[in-house]
Design a protein around this ligand. Structure first.
Ligand SMILES: N[C@@H](CCC(=O)N[C@@H](CS)C(=O)NCC(=O)O)C(=O)O
Length: 205
C-alpha cells in the first residue's frame, strides 16, 4: 500500500502515526494537493490529502475512512471493544477531528493577504479550539490513556490534534490543562509520534 500526502498535514499524520504504531507495510509518498495539476487529482477527485492506495490504482480518501481502514486491516484494532470504551473513543475522536478542522481553517485565514483576512472568522476558530481543549481537560480523568488502560484511536487523534495546535496555533493551553499536559507528554514521546513530526517543528516541553 501507499499513502499519498504532505508531511505537515494533520489529516495525513493521523494515518502516518497509525501506520507507524502498527508497523504496517505502507510507503509514504509526498504529493502536494495545492500544486497546479496535482497528481493527487487522479487519486482523489476532491484533490485533498491523504489518499491511500489499497490495490493497484484503487484509492480511498478522507482521513476518517483511511484511519478506519488501517485500524481494521490487520486484525489489531486500536478501537476499544467494550461498548462504553467504544463510544468514549468515538467521542474523543470527534473532538480531536474538530480541533484539527478549526486549526486548519484558522491557519488558512492567516495565509490570505492581510486585507482579505477575516478576523472574526479567526476568532471563531480559536474559540472552538479553546472550548474543545477545556472540555477535554474537564472530561479527562487523568492518566496515561484517554480511554481505559491501553493506547487507542482516542489518544492517536487527540494527540495529533493538540500537536497540530502546538505547530500552527502555538499558545499555552498547558497552563490551564494539567491533566492533558501530562497525558500529551507521554503520547508525543511515542516513537510513532516522534517519527512523524512535521519538519522543523520543535515540540514544547
Ligand atoms: N476531510 C478531509 C480534509 C483533508 C484536507 O483538507 N487536506 C488538506 C491538507 S491539510 C488538503 O489536501 N487541502 C487541499 C485543498 O483544499 O485543495 C480529510 O479528513 O481527509
Amino acid at each position: 500500500m501507499k499513502l499519498f500526502g504532505s508531511p505537515t498535514s494533520p489529516y495525513v499524520r493521523k494515518a502516518r502515526v497509525l501506520i507507524e504504531e502498527k508497523a504496517l507495510p505502507v510507503e509514504f509518498v509526498i504529493e502536494d494537493p495545492w500544486a497546479e495539476n496535482s497528481p493527487i487529482i487522479e487519486k482523489n477527485p476532491l484533490s485533498k490529502v491523504p489518499a491511500l492506495e489499497i490495490a493497484p490504482n484503487d484509492y480511498i480518501f478522507e482521513s476518517v475512512l483511511i484511519v478506519h481502514f488501517l485500524d481494521h486491516v490487520d486484525g489489531r484494532s486500536f478501537t476499544p471493544r467494550d461498548p462504553v470504551g467504544y463510544w468514549e473513543a468515538q467521542r474523543w475522536q470527534a473532538l480531536g477531528n474538530g480541533i484539527i478542522d478549526a486549526a486548519i481553517q484558522r491557519i488558512f485565514e492567516t495565509r490570505r493577504p492581510p486585507e482579505h483576512q477575516l478576523r472574526d472568522k479567526m476568532a471563531r476558530e480559536e474559540g472552538r479550539i479553546h472550548r474543545a481543549i477545556a472540555l477535554a481537560e474537564n472530561t479527562f480523568k487523568g492518566g496515561e490513556f484517554l480511554v481505559g488502560t491501553r493506547f487507542s484511536l482516542a489518544d492517536l487523534i487527540m494527540g495529533v490534534a493538540l500537536q497540530y495546535v502546538d505547530f500552527r496555533y502555538p499558545h499555552d493551553w498547558r497552563a490551564t490543562s494539567p491533566k492533558l499536559k501530562a497525558w500529551h507528554a507521554g503520547i508525543a514521546a511515542r516513537p510513532a509520534f516522534v517519527k512523524t513530526q512535521p519538519p522543523d517543528f520543535t515540540p514544547p516541553q
